[in-house]
Write a protein that binds this ligand. Structure first.
Ligand code: BTN
Length: 269
C-alpha cells in the first residue's frame, strides 16, 4: 500500500505546486521531524517535505510520544526557510493548524476544530497534532530554518487505537464515516502548506482571524498545568502572536504555548 506513495503523491500534485520538487518518502523512520532537521542542517531547500508510513519515535509537544502505527496515519514534516527574525514567526503553529483544517476539509469533506495551540480535533477527540521546531542563528536572531511536523490519524477504526487512546483519539475515517486515501490527504496537506507559506509573513492577522474561528478552546473553562501546579481560568481570545488570553480570578493574562498544557475542565478538550 505504501510502496508507491511517492509516485501517487507526485501524480496528485499539480506540476505547478511549488513543494512538489523535494519529496522524501520513508516506509519506516524514527521521526520525520528528526529527519527533516538532519536534511535542513545539510542544506535542504525551503519546501522540502519528509513523509513516512510509520514512525518508531514520533514526538509531540512537551516531550510527549506521538503514536505512529504503520499505514494508519500521515506523518509529514516540512522545512521552511523564512527570512525573518524568530520573534516574527511566533504564529507559525497557528498558521499550520489553519492550513491543516483546510487540507482535511478539502480531502475528507469536514472541517476539524483546533484545540489551542496545536491539536486538530473532531467531536471532542484528537485527530492529530503539530510539532514546530525552530533553528535560530544566535548572532542575528534570524531563523535559519523551521521544521513543521504534522501527524494525522487517518485509517484507524475505533478499536484500532490502543486502550489508553480509545477515549480521546479519532481518525479521518471515523470522523468522515468512510475511508479517505492517505495519498489524497497528504497531497491536500502539501498544497495547503505551500499556500500558507505564500502569506505566512504578509497576512498574519487575517490568518489569526481564521484560527480564532476554528479554535474550540475559546470560551471554555480551562485548567493550565505547569510543573505540578494547576490554575483555573476561562479562555477568552488569541493574541497577535498566538498566545492564549486567559481570564484568571486575578485578571487576564497571555499564556504562551511553551509554558503550559491546557485542558478543558471536562475531558480531553
Ligand atoms: C502533538 O500532538 O503534540 C504533536 C504531534 C506531532 C506529530 C508529528 S508526526 C510527524 C512529525 N514527526 C514527529 O516526530 N512529530 C511530528
Amino acid at each position: 500500500m505504501w510502496t508507491d506513495m511517492k509516485e501517487k503523491l507526485l501524480a496528485l500534485l499539480q506540476a505547478d505546486c511549488p513543494w512538489r520538487g523535494s519529496l522524501h518518502w520513508y516506509a519506516r523512520i524514527d521521526s520525520t521531524n528528526d529527519r527533516a532537521k538532519e536534511l535542513a542542517e545539510a542544506g535542504a531547500p525551503h519546501g522540502t517535505v519528509v513523509l513516512a508510513g510509520q514512525q518508531d519515535a514520533g514526538r509531540g509537544r512537551m516531550g510527549r510520544h506521538f503514536h505512529s502505527p504503520a499505514g494508519q496515519g500521515i506523518y509529514l514534516s516540512a522545512i521552511l526557510r523564512p527570512q525573518c527574525p524568530a520573534k516574527e514567526l511566533l504564529h507559525l503553529t497557528c498558521a499550520v493548524a489553519v492550513a491543516m483544517c483546510d487540507a482535511v476539509e478539502e480531502a475528507a469533506g469536514f472541517r476539524p476544530g483546533i484545540k489551542w495551540i496545536n491539536d486538530l480535533v473532531f467531536q471532542k477527540k484528537k485527530l492529530g497534532g503539530i510539532l514546530t521546531e525552530l533553528s535560530i542563528d544566535p548572532q542575528t536572531g534570524l531563523v535559519t530554518y523551521a521544521v513543521v511536523g504534522i501527524g494525522l490519524n487517518c485509517g484507524q477504526s475505533a478499536d484500532a487505537f490502543p486502550e489508553e487512546l480509545r477515549e480521546i483519539a479519532s481518525s479521518l475515517r471515523i470522523a468522515a464515516g468512510r475511508p479517505i486515501p492517505t495519498e489524497t490527504v497528504a497531497a491536500s496537506m502539501i498544497r495547503a502548506l505551500a499556500r500558507m507559506d505564500e502569506t505566512l509573513l504578509s497576512q498574519r492577522d487575517a490568518m489569526l482571524c481564521r484560527y480564532r474561528a476554528d479554535c474550540v478552546t475559546l470560551g471554555q473553562e480551562v485548567v493550565l498545568l505547569r510543573a505540578g501546579d494547576r490554575q483555573y481560568g476561562k479562555a477568552l481570545d488569541i493574541d497577535g502572536t498566538g498566545n492564549l488570553l486567559v481570564e484568571f480570578p486575578d485578571g487576564v493574562r497571555a499564556v504562551g504555548s511553551g509554558e503550559v498544557s491546557v485542558r478543558g475542565m471536562y475531558g480531553y478538550l
